[in-house]
Design a protein around this ligand. Structure first.
Ligand code: UDP
Ligand code: MG
Length: 313
């Protein structure tokens, strides 16, 4: 019997653990799919871990992983994949914004031989206009870097054991799950789903954390911002030639003292370009520094193993 692992990153989701376990369990059981549910508590400050422990006691399908502190959703997803025993794994949000019924559809496609099944958002659910616009820009940059249209991509996806192992073998710390799963290739297909509304609790993303997330992932996936430095350098050089000719012409015509305004403007302009360039290079260096230190992506402080293998025999 094949085993499906469903991974739920959970941060302050005390109200959703039991509901998610019940609803997903119900759907998978009626579809006769054997499964385990991997809850990764991303250092929650509420009773999420207690909920996971209690649910795991009653339900043998549940694996629980508890982080020593909040490491972020990306880390939680990777920890879940690393603890999953399934022949295929699905990552989904535990606020049930990803509909459990789609799981079955994904599983059937996997049975037909697809190794990566991408969940694609048909609609994006409720969002503010500003959020939508900045998400649009972010996805444009990322899509160019990966070479695949990512504007409707989500973290909701099924991966075959082979793809999961390929992902887990990657040594990088700043891994962007959504794009890496396309990057690994394999036989893939996509399934559309409608983003549901969150019923309990609230979104864990502030505007600031979204900006940080966007910048980190652009830098993790693309060196395009570095080209800005070269580009700006060439632009300033061309400007330099034009101004140089003008200055020389004025000198030979005998009124060279003018142009103090130009000097001030040039110093300001070139100065700011140099500083922006240094900032961009500095950001990449800080990311290299982080990778070189080789700290673990996350630290697990407690773990509960599911009892599925004993169940299925
Ligand atoms: N999440 C997490 N760690 C974090 C933030 C979020 O594990 O630091 C989880 C969260 O519990 C949820 C999923 O990631 O299961 C998606 O988060 P959320 O619903 O807040 O994001 P949104 O749906 O608003 O994009
Ligand atoms: Mg959500």
């Amino acid at each position: 019997m094949k085993l499906l692992s469903v991974i739920f990153p959970a941060y302050n989701e005390e109200k959703m653990i039991v509901r998610a376990a019940q609803e997903v369990g119900k759907v998978l059981e009626s579809a006769r799919i054997s499964y385990e549910l991997v809850f990764v508590d991303d250092g929650s400050k509420d009773t999420t871990w207690k909920q996971i422990e209690e649910t795991a006691e009653a339900d043998p399908h549940i694996t629980g992983v508890h982080f020593s502190r909040n490491f972020g959703k990306e880390a939680a997803m990777f920890a879940g994949l690393a603890s999953a025993k399934g022949d295929c794994c699905v990552v989904m949000d535990c606020d049930l914004q990803h509909p459990p019924e789609t799981l079955v559809e994904m599983y059937r496609l996997w049975e037909q031989g697809y190794e990566v099944v991408e969940g694609v958002k048909r609609t994006r659910g409720k969002e503010s206009a500003l959020h939508r616009a900045s998400a649009g820009m972010f996805y444009k940059i990322i899509s160019r870097a990966v070479g695949i249209d990512m504007s409707r991509a989500s973290d909701f996806k099924l991966m075959d054991r082979r793809a999961v192992d390929a992902l887990l073998e990657m040594p990088e710390r700043n891994a962007f799950f959504r794009a890496l799963s396309s990057w690994v290739g394999f036989r893939s297909v996509s399934v559309e789903f409608d983003v549901q509304e969150r019923t309990e609790g609230q979104s864990k993303w502030s505007t600031w954390s979204l900006i940080k997330y966007a910048v980190t992932n652009i830098v993790a996936f693309s060196s395009a911002p570095m080209q800005f430095v070269t580009f700006a350098g060439v632009a300033v050089f061309l400007l330099g030639i034009v101004l140089g000719i003008q200055t020389l012409v004025k000198y030979f015509m005998g009124h060279a003292v003018e142009g103090f305004t130009t000097v001030i403007l040039l110093i300001l302009f070139i100065g700011s370009i140099i500083m922006i360039s240094l900032g961009i290079i500095g950001y990449y260096i800080s990311k290299i520094y982080e990778e070189v230190k080789g700290r673990p992506r996350y630290l697990i402080s407690r773990k509960i193993d599911s009892r599925v293998d004993r169940l299925e025999g």
